[in-house]
Design a protein around this ligand. Structure first.
Ligand code: ZN
Length: 477
């Protein structure tokens, strides 16, 4: 009997919390971490007679995202009530969009395992978040209304994803775009970016989808990848043993590395969607869409391609350098200040990223500015500084906020390129090792490295290695 091979069919629903200063339907501040119930008004709580007013910035942000992932923007979209009961939802319904979402039919290109894949975007719509329940150690559950009405953008993909790695890459691509547009914090732990997955298996070559399950509660990119891998194995085992997959929702338990059943999935009709009577249809003009599209920054994919073409960077390097817009800007400014692109790439990916990890996180706050880094790299290129000396200089600049020249002076690191001084040092080395000189002259050429090492030591690492090599060749031959 042949074992059927299955193809996973995966679609992701990503909720991105928008970085507006106020909530989506009222003027309450939208902030994370403030004392409970300090940002709640009659609209947040759905008190009788309170009327929602749509936040224009939230609409603009969703349009920007729509344009960035090649969506069509609807000139008229509708808000709908999604009715369900939950203790964190005082109104008894959530205002969302249903059959007429703001953005539709887009796509995003991702790279996984070195291959490019185009993942379709079904829709992007706006909705409000619910409040938050805090289950304390006693039997009580506490309610915090601060999150009620926080603007969310839901990005729904087509079922185009075929494995866990692709899902990971797709999330990474969305996160980059969201952060380049500066419309979401993308912090999965704080919940500003959330992801649910739908997954089914089907025999390879078959067009009809199998029964899907839903995965929730994956609060990291790795969590999404692991949960999908786990679910692929679980469904494969069921199908191989002749059992059926049941439509069900699972919670991912990251501690135990397994999925746990949550509830059987509601269908759309359980929510009794109907158009929100308190809001007029959202009308967006072509001019507004055009204006927002014109103001979009260069997007990560375009920047990635430009970095590989314009600066001849490898795809791996371009990938790392375009991960965040701030790091990409930092790198480009370093090149603009005169640094060689490949050298700048190496140093930004090495020393600068390390300094950011240990220090301020924001490249704009580094004392080693692009201009200062370019100046240090010029000293390396002219062999005034060795690579290891340059690292010490950068550390010194970051600590003291001083200019590269001053750092080099106060550390006493200027490389000795003065031929007279180097010649004296090399002569001393040769005089001290007559036996090695004889062996070298008898043909043991690899001893040259030994002499260079000795000369470097006697100049305390400040001798210019290339010049030392030249002098050694001159004196020995
Ligand atoms: Zn409010």
């Amino acid at each position: 009997m042949t074992v059927p091979e299955y193809e996973p069919v995966i679609g992701l629903e990503v909720h991105a919390q928008l970085k507006t200063s106020t909530k989506i339907f009222c003027g309450c501040a939208s902030v994370f971490g403030d004392p409970a119930n300090t940002h709640a008004c009659p609209v947040c709580l759905g008190l009788p007679g309170a009327l929602p007013v749509l936040n224009r910035r939230a609409v603009d942000m969703a349009i920007c995202m729509g344009k960035a992932v090649n969506c069509t923007i609807r000139d008229k979209s509708i808000f709908a009530r999604k009715n369900y009961f939950y203790p964190d939802l005082p109104k008894g319904y959530q205002i969302s969009q249903y059959d007429m979402p703001l953005c539709e039919h887009g796509w995003v290109d991702v790279r996984a395992h070195g291959t490019a894949r185009r993942i379709g975007i079904t829709r992007i719509h706006l909705e409000e978040d619910a409040g938050k329940l805090i289950h304390d150690q006693d039997a009580d559950s506490l309610f915090d209304a601060n999150r009620c009405g926080t603007p969310l953008m839901e990005i729904v993909s087509e079922p185009d994803i075929r494995n866990a790695r692709e899902a990971f890459a797709y999330l990474g691509a969305l996160k980059r775009i969201l952060s380049y547009l500066d419309i979401c914090d993308c912090n999965m732990e704080e919940g500003s970016l959330r992801c649910d997955a739908n997954i089914s298996l089907r025999p390879k070559g078959q067009d009809i989808f199998g029964t899907k399950t839903e995965l929730k509660n994956m609060n990291s990119f790795r969590g999404v990848e692991k949960a999908l891998e786990h679910e692929i194995v679980r469904q494969t085992e069921l199908l191989d043993s002749g059992q059926a997959v049941t439509q069900q929702t699972f919670l991912w338990n990251a501690q135990k590395n397994r999925t746990e059943p949550m509830r059987t999935k509601e269908s759309a009709h359980d929510y009794r969607y109907f158009p929100e009577p308190d809001l007029t249809p959202l009308v967006v003009t072509c001019e507004r869409v055009e204006e927002l599209a014109q103001a979009l920054p260069e997007l990560p994919q375009a920047r990635f391609e430009r970095f590989t073409n314009e600066f001849s960077l490898s795809t791996d390097h371009a990938d790392v350098l375009t991960e965040s817009r701030a790091v990409a800007d930092y790198f480009e400014n370093t090149v603009r200040e005169g640094a060689d692109a490949r050298a700048a790439a190496t140093w930004v990916m090495g020393e600068v990223l390390r300094m950011l990890k240990e220090g301020p996180r924001d490249p704009a706050l580094l004392k080693v500015s692009p201009k200062r880094l370019a100046a240090v790299l010029a000293l390396v290129a002219s062999q005034t500084l060795s690579a290891s000396a340059a690292k010490r200089v950068l550390g010194h600049i970051e600590e003291r906020d001083c200019e590269p020249e001053d750092a080099v002076e106060s550390l006493g690191l200027r490389q000795i390129s003065d031929t007279g001084a180097l010649k004296r040092a090399v002569r001393e080395v040769l005089d001290k090792h007559p036996a090695e000189c004889e062996r070298y002259k008898a043909g043991e050429k690899k001893l040259l490295g030994f002499f260079v090492g000795q000369a470097m030591r006697s100049t305390k690492g400040k001798g210019n290695p290339r010049e030392i090599n030249r002098i050694l060749n001159e004196l020995l031959n």
